[in-house]
Design a protein around this ligand. Structure first.
Ligand code: ADP
Length: 299
């Protein structure tokens, strides 16, 4: 049989890094790196290791480390444990979380979340995005698989933001919004990309909010109209033609002002995170949703 060109994993279970972290199993092989669960033999805690081959063309782990360090102490952020490199790979050790929001949605009976779960996730997602923006960075790949729920008693109701490999600084040295470049290469994930990102324009804070909007629509409806189309250009055309107001009939009425707000924003504008959270609180009140109601996957 002809040999299959399959990439070997960067590290194998049992491998020990710096005499401290013993690799247990691979959790995922994403776009740029591989994620492993490991045992911290010092603290006996389970941790997550994100590993990037030194041979890889596009090295993004450095950016991840920089952003994760800046975000330490904020809610919705994994604890930074360590980082390092050897001749084969670069790595970050960080706190281990539970299942990501894409897995949790797909495990639901109709592949959607209730309005109660979606609204309460939205509150945390808005704050997580506000947190990264507040340290001067855009995420640029907001999507369900880049958020995970905590896995411990005291974290299982908290959403954690993952993957800062595509982050980019939006703020300049004197606190101003950086001058946009005329043309930029597409970054991120086609399904959740804003129309402006499809047009290869410089992304701003509003584009992270557009991706959040698409995420929330998908949570409630269970799908987006362009889910089956692979071609980035085709999806861009479809998004541009699509009357986004037609999503609103499936969503709580508070999503109308949500959509109007993000539609009103340009590249350099600051999203009104508190206003958007306020809308979600209104939605909770109108429907008698309580903070500590169980999430769909907890029922
Ligand atoms: P990539 O940049 O290679 O796509 P990500 O950081 O997005 O890698 O991670 C890919 C997947 O690995 C996530 O969707 C999530 O399921 C899992 N993952 C990443 N970081 C953690 C973590 N700290 N704890 C638990 N799972 C994680």
């Amino acid at each position: 049989m002809a040999s299959v060109d399959r990439k070997e994993d960067i590290i194998q279970p049992g491998f020990i890094i710096r005499e401290r972290w013993k690799v247990r199993k691979k959790l995922g092989g994403g776009g740029f790196g591989e994620i492993y669960e490991a045992l911290d033999m010092l603290t006996e805690e389970q941790i997550a290791l994100k590993v990037e081959s030194t041979l890889q063309q596009k090295q993004v782990l450095k950016m991840e480390v920089a952003v994760l360090k800046k975000l330490q102490g904020k809610d919705h952020v994994c604890k930074f444990i360590a980082c390092g490199r050897n001749d084969r790979f670069n790595y970050i050790a960080m706190s281990l979380q539970g299942r990501n929001l894409a897995e949790l949605r797909r495990a639901q009976p109709r592949a959607c979340f209730t309005i109660s779960t979606t609204i309460r996730l939205a509150l945390q997602l808005i704050s997580a995005i506000e947190a990264i923006h507040s340290v001067g960075f855009l995420h640029r790949d907001i999507k369900p698989s880049n958020f995970a729920m905590g896995r411990l008693m005291n974290t299982q109701k908290t959403v954690y933001m993952l993957d800062f490999g595509l982050a980019r600084q939006w703020v300049g040295n004197s606190g101003e919004v950086r001058q946009p470049r005329n043309v930029v290469g597409f970054r991120g994930t086609v399904r959740y990309a804003s129309i402006s990102a499809h047009k290869n324009k410089e992304m701003g804070r509003v584009d992270d909010m557009w991706s959040l909007f698409y995420m929330l629509v998908e949570f409630i409806i269970g799908q987006l109209p362009w889910r089956k189309i692979k071609d980035k250009e085709q999806v861009g055309i479809m998004k541009e033609k699509y009357d986004h107001k037609s999503f609103l009939k499936y969503l709580p009425s508070q999503f109308h002002p949500f959509l109007s707000h993000i539609t009103s924003l340009n590249y350099s504008d600051t999203p009104d995170y508190s206003f958007l959270r306020g809308l979600m609180y209104q939605g909770m009140n109108a429907r008698g949703i309580k903070d500590d109601d169980p999430f769909d996957w907890e029922k």
